[in-house]
Design a protein around this ligand. Structure first.
Ligand code: ZN
Ligand code: MN
Length: 489
């Protein structure tokens, strides 16, 4: 039967590195880019007798994450040892949390702007739906292994750094939702200053599990897990593949077995690694070296740090600046662009036009120069000034684009109005402009008749004629307005 006859159930475990100065249980530096095995000590190397000390800041960041996602924080949380033997964990256990995690419940909103560009999901509102979370716990990251032909190298700098695990309920239903979940979650983590959550840098990594069952069947099918997927689009690809594979096998009567598979993004297929792996395989037990955490005072402290979440920001952008929903969505989808916009809009008389510049005109200019909005040499205030110059009818948008690229981009000139004046652009004397318009109308009776007859495309030809006869060049929009008025349209 077709894939659409199966119910797809997806759950996600997302590991996220928390931005902290030091590791989770010792005072070694956390962070990226240091000489391998230089940020280590007896505690994070698992030497016998070395005692852990809690990183309170990491605990607070986890509680804040939970707060942003509507989780509850139990008054007491505790630490457990997850035992396993592998070169990336010298203690032979990972300090984690099993049954009393820092955050319980909650949900991740799927933002409408977070779906893949070619997704069929289209929604007007900010939140398409919410996905239930099971819990969020805090643990330590393992060391980084790099595999070569016949040997592997291990870097213990990453070992023991704070790692938050966000575990969803089996509440996602499609690869597109999974993509949107990761993107929305990433946006919220960045918004709260919890993590840069860059999947390419491994700051956010995800394990995906997916099961299929025929429609009408109540119990979930066998759960197939794919570990360490390192991009949102890879998660989407992996799921599309895996759903089709499972459906095909189920069609042939091959029952699925709970197992872990590896997604090979280059080959575009998943390969089975091992079957059946359950919590009891890890012989979890309470960590005898760490006392439970009492969370009440931290919850109170963190409440003061609740940021404005992306959906609230989207709503405010529409209310405060009068932006249409599509513009607000586009801006809020990119936090840096959105901040640039808010600064510029604060300096401009026309926030809506500023948004238009930032969405449609500036990005291709930045892209051509391989720049990010953060590296844009034109300040928000200067750009706002330029937008106002156009709005005042001093020059056209195309002329303003030239001013932007030729005069303002170097940073030497920061006053858009002065740059426009230097080029000889000035607000057209309306009397002279009206005379020119009248002249063009008189010289083009055929076109005028057609425009009056409803051919609105020809209005541009008339506008162009006026532009050609004018010096300095007026704002073409203004010319069109005068033309329409004169023609009684
Ligand atoms: Zn250490
Ligand atoms: Mn984990």
């Amino acid at each position: 039967m077709p894939v659409s006859d199966y119910l797809v159930t997806i759950g996600l475990e997302v590991h996220c590195q928390i931005k902290t100065a030091t590791k989770m249980f010792c005072s070694c530096k956390a962070g990226f880019g240091y000489e391998p095995n230089t940020n280590v000590c007896p505690t994070c190397l698992g030497m016998p007798g070395a005692m852990p000390v809690l990183n309170e800041y990491a605990i607070e960041r986890t509680i804040l994450t939970g707060m942003m996602l509507g989780c509850s924080t139990p008054p007491v949380s505790k630490w457990d040892r997850k035992n396993y033997f592998y070169a990336d964990m010298p203690k032979n256990y990972q300090t984690s949390q099993l049954d009393l995690p820092l955050c319980i419940g909650g949900e991740v909103p799927l933002y409408s702007w977070a779906f893949p560009a070619d997704s069929k999901v289209k929604a007007e509102g900010a939140v398409v739906r919410t996905v239930k979370l099971d819990h969020i716990h805090l643990e330590e990251d393992a060391a980084k292994l790099t595999h070569y032909g016949t040997y592997s190298l291990v870097d213990y700098n990453r070992g023991g750094t704070p790692l938050m695990e966000i575990v969803s309920a089996p509440d996602l239903t499609s690869p597109d939702e999974t993509y949107a979940y990761l993107k929305s979650l990433q946006q919220i983590l960045v918004c709260g200053g919890i993590s840069d959550a860059d999947m390419e840098k491994g700051q956010m990594r995800c394990d995906v599990n997916v099961s299929l069952r025929p429609k009408g069947q109540k119990e979930l099918g066998a759960k197939i897990e794919m570990k360490n997927i390192n991009s949102m689009s890879a998660a989407r690809r992996a799921l599309i593949y895996e759903i089709a594979r499972q459906a095909e096998e189920l069609d042939m009567g091959i029952a699925q077995v709970q197992s872990t598979r590896r997604w090979d993004d280059d080959l575009g297929e998943s390969i089975v690694m091992r079957t059946k792996e359950n919590a009891h395989d890890y012989r979890y037990h309470t960590c005898p070296d760490l006392v439970p955490v009492h969370t009440a005072s931290m919850v109170e402290k963190v409440k003061q740090e609740m940021p404005e979440l992306p959906d609230a920001r989207q709503k405010r952008l529409m209310e405060q600046y009068g932006l249409p929903v599509a513009d607000a969505n586009t801006l809020v989808a990119d936090a840096d662009l959105c901040s640039y916009f808010e600064t510029a809009a604060g300096c401009s008389k026309s926030p809506r036009k500023v948004a238009n510049w930032l969405i449609n005109i500036l990005p291709p200019i930045l892209t051509a120069r391989e720049l990010d909005i953060c590296d844009c040499p034109v300040t928000p205030a200067t750009l706002a000034g330029l937008v106002d110059v156009v709005e005042e009818g001093i020059c056209s948008t195309n002329q303003a684009r030239e001013i932007l690229e030729e005069d303002l981009w170097s940073g030497d000139e920061q006053d858009a109005a002065a740059a426009a004046a230097k080029r000889g652009y000035k607000k057209a004397d309306s009397g002279a402009l009206e005379a020119l318009v009248e002249q063009v109308i008189a010289e083009n009776p055929d076109k005028v008749a057609l425009v009056k007859g409803g051919n609105m495309k020809l209005i541009n030809a008339l506008t162009g004629q006026v532009m050609k006869n004018s010096n300095p060049k007026p704002n073409p929009k203004l010319v069109t307005e005068i033309l329409m008025a004169k023609l009684g349209l």
